[in-house]
Ligand binder design. Structure first.
Ligand code: ASP
Ligand code: MG
Length: 426
């Protein structure tokens, strides 16, 4: 069997859903598990519902109405009125109404998961109904019947052995009947609460199913021809990489490449399952193949992370920044769930580059303020170049001020900010 994943952009409107169905016609009769994300920007829209509800702005209903209308517009373009899919979607969306009826008493993260996961439940209802309509027999599967997690809401951890058993028991028989379609991004706890796996987590869901069902391969269908040497929205002259090793892929995602979710590679690597990144715009294209192959020469690969901040943390009493101070700093970073993107230290100070999460950073600074002098610089970029070439680096540094720079074998990382445009007049 194989696993396919279609992300939000691939099902963003009625035409997109039809395109997915057309792609899948080529695989009719195959044993396929299809993982689908929420449609278009619906996850962001549902986040706005949660926010309005939790902060009691009085706008939660209006925000929910936007989500409903977006889905109704897509359904109306795909189905005759009276099609049972309308009831199925209503029954799903009404779960949000029930939450909104009561005051928010549970934790933000818990509420988030109960509401935001609905985007995936609705999209899979619509897409699976459409596939059935166009002659592709498809069973809708509740991902919570397979993916068991702990109760770390918004960043749930997988209970692998139970999930593996569930997959064999639940999914295998369904595959005899046709395609199986399920939600990306969601899981369930042993007490039947819904959890989510972190934003953009549908790739990871596909990898979980691939691992648990020993898939022959996994394919992620995207709006790009494959994995590119840099983000085409930022750089000219990017090229497609035909083949990548698991190792190269995991390093790229670790440094912030957004093409696949960072947790996706490990389950695939552990069972040596090849992964394809393919284009839903040009499905016949070869895409990128990720596997255990290591004998490749890679071109320079550039990853840019925006919204970075640089903290310079210095001891107040002029003591060295050594293991004891570092362990205090790292404990605080872990406590506030801040991931270190890059770091360096000198005798009495420690510089660390983090993604700007204003609330968490403020809490971190409060914890560290007693013992350290901290300065902060924001609106920075973190640029990582793997397999760098000198010319590429020179170009990237044009008009940039480098605040921190590190070379680790073939990889360069630099924290930069734009230089003000200055021009000599004589
Ligand atoms: N719908 C979720 C998100 O937008 C999960 C995903 O798309 O992978 O983050
Ligand atoms: Mg998405």
């Amino acid at each position: 069997m194989r696993v396919f994943k279609f992300g939000g952009a691939s099902v963003k409107d009625a035409a997109a859903v039809k395109n997915v169905a057309e792609i899948l016609q080529n695989y009719k009769g195959e044993r396929l598990v299809i993982v689908v994300s929420a449609m278009g920007k619906m996850t962001n829209a549902l986040e706005r519902v949660v926010d309005a509800y939790y902060r009691k702005t009085g706008e939660a209903q209006a925000r929910l109405e936007e989500v409903k209308q977006a889905h109704y517009a897509i359904m109306s373009a795909l189905f005759e009125s009276g099609d049972p899919v309308f009831d199925a979607v209503n029954d799903t969306l009404v779960e949000i109404e029930w939450v909104l009826e009561d005051e928010p008493e549970e934790s933000y993260d818990y509420i988030y998961d109960q509401i935001v996961s609905i985007g995936e439940f609705v999209s899979t209802r619509i897409v699976s109904a459409y596939l059935n309509k166009v002659g592709l027999p498809t069973t809708w599967l509740d991902a919570r019947d397979v993916i068991l997690t702990d109760n770390t809401y918004r960043a749930a951890k997988i209970e692998w052995s139970a999930t593996e058993k569930n997959a064999a028991r639940v999914v295998s028989p369904l595959l005899e009947k046709g395609f199986v379609m399920t939600q990306g991004f969601v899981g369930g706890t042993s007490e039947n609460f819904t959890t989510t796996l972190g934003r953009e987590g549908s790739d990871f869901t596909a990898a979980i199913f691939s691992y648990c069902l020993n898939a022959e391969s996994m394919s992620v269908w995207k709006d790009v021809p494959g994995i590119l040497t840099a983000n085409p929205r930022i750089f000219k002259n990017v090229t497609k990489i035909d083949r990548l090793s698991y190792r190269e892929a995991i390093e790229m995602t670790y440094y912030g490449a957004k093409v696949i979710h960072p947790k996706t590679i490990k389950p695939l690597q552990n069972k040596n399952i090849p992964m394809y990144v393919k284009s839903f715009v040009e499905p016949a294209g070869a895409g990128t193949l990720i596997n255990s192959d290591t004998g490749q020469d890679y071109p320079p690969i550039i990853v840019v992370e925006t919204e970075q901040i640089l903290l310079n943390i210095a001891t107040r009493n002029f003591s060295f920044v050594a293991e004891d101070n570092l362990s205090v700093i790292f404990a605080a970073l872990a406590k506030h769930q801040l991931k270190v993107n890059m770091m360096q230290n000198t005798a009495i100070s420690f510089s660390v580059c983090l993604t700007n999460r204003p609330d968490r950073i403020a809490a971190l600074l409060e914890d560290l303020n007693a013992d350290f002098n901290i300065s902060k610089e924001d609106n920075l970029e973190l640029i990582t170049v793997r397999h760098y070439k000198k010319e590429v680096l020179e170009k990237l540094k044009t008009n940039k001020l480098i605040l921190l720079e590190a070379y680790i074998r073939g990889t360069v990382q630099m924290v930069v900010k734009d230089l003000p445009e200055v021009e000599r007049i004589n």
